[in-house]
Write a protein of this length. Structure first.
Length: 337
């Protein structure tokens, strides 16, 4: 299959919408990361998403809608708290898990009776949903297990020949995937995957916000995952990633004692003035680190890095999302110094 690179012009969005209506898969830009989109109600199309990514069939896809009010068409019973959250955070980088109805096939929900609903704010993605008139199922557009794509070039790298088209909507604004939440009770939500809608922001609307144990910890053998995505290795470049938590002074000392000539380090902007070994920087604060993390992990592969020490990010605010991706990329290997 030839993969066509489309622009964000109205004519090209129309072409992409036509492909989606015809059951094809298209690489699509969102404000978080790029997705692989198809008609969520078309089982055949959804199966081809799983095939293109090499994704396990029990890992459900998020369904993207143009407006949260459309969620009533695909769910059964939306709690009042979900409407309040949507009013504050939709459109934007938030996915709310809700009970699904039978317009969402089991293939799309990975066999679950719930569905993650998201209303993206990216104007191109919004247009695409509106013009196609379809609910769009879209996982991140990476090969399963690899870091998510934040540019059309990343998607082309992973999916060329496997999808009908990729729409270039520029670099993703946030750079990490949406915050995924489940409604626990009338006033409480549980974060299943942290993102740029932070716990602090959710607390503006909810009485309590639980951070699921699996966000920072490896699931124990036999432990049930609150979200299937928690079970799988994720975000991993080819390089061996090792997280090192500590001040830049402690980090530098650690690297000096651990084969600096054979490794690369991923450090904060500003750290470089203290750091005499090979490095790349990934931002000076959590928002910048979220924005750059996946593209830096891909770049480290491009330059052939085999072993990478990453100076661990903060766990506050958006930092929790960055930390969550890195601890998975590192296979839960964290060195605290
Ligand atoms: O920002 C995003 O969310 C991006 C863009 C493209 O919208 N999409 C994305 O999809 O990251 P994906 O498939 O790569 O990750 C979805 C995560 C998975 O970990 C999955 O297990 C979880 O959300 N998830 C989806 N539906 C769920 C459900 N019904 N219950 C629990 N977890 C769910
Ligand atoms: Mg993903």
């Amino acid at each position: 299959m030839d993969t066509v690179l489309l622009s964000d012009s109205a004519a090209d969005i129309e072409k992409a919408a036509e492909l989606i209506k015809n059951g094809q898969i298209v690489g699509i830009p969102t404000e978080t990361v790029y997705g692989l989109g198809a008609d969520a109600s078309n089982e055949e199309a959804v199966r081809s998403i799983f095939a293109a990514k090499g994704r396990p069939a029990d890992n459900p896809l998020i369904v993207h809608l143009a407006d949260f009010s459309d969620a009533v068409n695909y769910t059964s019973g939306i709690p009042d708290l979900a409407f309040r959250l949507a009013e504050r955070f939709c459109p934007g980088p938030l996915t709310i898990v809700l009970p699904k109805n039978d317009r969402i096939p089991m293939v799309t929900s990975g066999g679950l009776d719930t569905v993650g609903i998201r209303v993206p704010s990216h104007p191109v993605m919004h247009e695409l949903i509106a013009v196609s008139g379809k609910p769009i199922a879209a996982p991140s557009a990476n090969t399963s297990g690899y870091p998510s794509p934040t540019s059309a070039a990343h998607v082309m790298r992973d999916m060329n020949g496997k999808v009908a088209a990729v729409v270039d909507g520029g670099e993703s604004q946030f750079g990490v995937e949406s915050t995924v939440i489940a409604i626990e009770s009338a006033d409480t939500v549980r974060i299943l995957r942290p993102g740029c809608v932070t716990r602090e922001m959710l607390l503006e609307v909810c009485g309590d916000v639980i951070i699921d144990h699996a966000i920072l910890n490896e699931l124990a053998a036999g432990e049930k995952a609150a979200s299937p995505g928690m079970k799988y290795k994720h975000y991993s470049p080819k390089a061996d990633i090792i997280m090192v938590e500590g001040t830049i002074e402690a980090f530098t000392k650690f690297v000096s004692e651990n084969e600096p000539e054979k490794t690369y380090s991923l450090i904060y902007n500003g750290d470089e003035k203290y750091f005499p070994y090979r490095f790349m920087t990934y931002g000076g604060d959590s928002l910048q680190q979220a924005h750059q993390l996946f593209s830096k992990l891909r770049e480290l592969d491009d330059i052939g890095a085999e072993k990478v020490y990453v100076r661990a990010p903060s766990k506050d605010g958006v930092g929790l999302a960055v930390y969550n991706r890195l601890i998975r990329a590192a296979g839960f290997e964290v060195i605290r110094i």
